[in-house]
Design a protein around this ligand. Structure first.
Ligand code: SF4
Length: 98
């Protein structure tokens, strides 16, 4: 059985080792992120086209750079919402291989 179809397409991942549960991502993109009453961050992994900007903004705002957008058009990732004054786009580290 191939899991390739589950891995393809625009998506985000959150590195749990980096995430400090500040919930800034929820404030930036509440349609994608939710910090639950149990203290766990839940998020929508697969992105629709309408989510690209919000996902990129959340990744850019995360203070620990725990959010990694993948497969966005042109693989520009968080550059999608880069402000003109952001001369050096930042990227979160890829998730660790298990
Ligand atoms: S903004 Fe970053 S550190 Fe804060 S909850 Fe979201 S992913 Fe975690």
């Amino acid at each position: 059985m191939s899991f390739e179809r589950f891995r393809s397409g625009p998506r985000i991942s959150v590195d749990n080792d980096r995430c400090e549960l500040y919930a800034i991502c929820q404030a930036e993109a509440p349609e994608l992120f939710e910090l639950g009453p149990d203290g766990r961050l839940r998020y929508r992994r697969r992105l629709a086209e309408r989510d690209y900007q919000a996902a990129a903004a959340a990744a850019r705002c995360c203070p620990t750079q725990a959010i990694s957008p993948r497969g966005l058009p042109g693989d520009r990732g968080i550059e999608l919402t880069g402000k003109p004054e952001d001369s050096a786009p930042r990227r979160a580290e890829p998730p660790r291989q298990r």
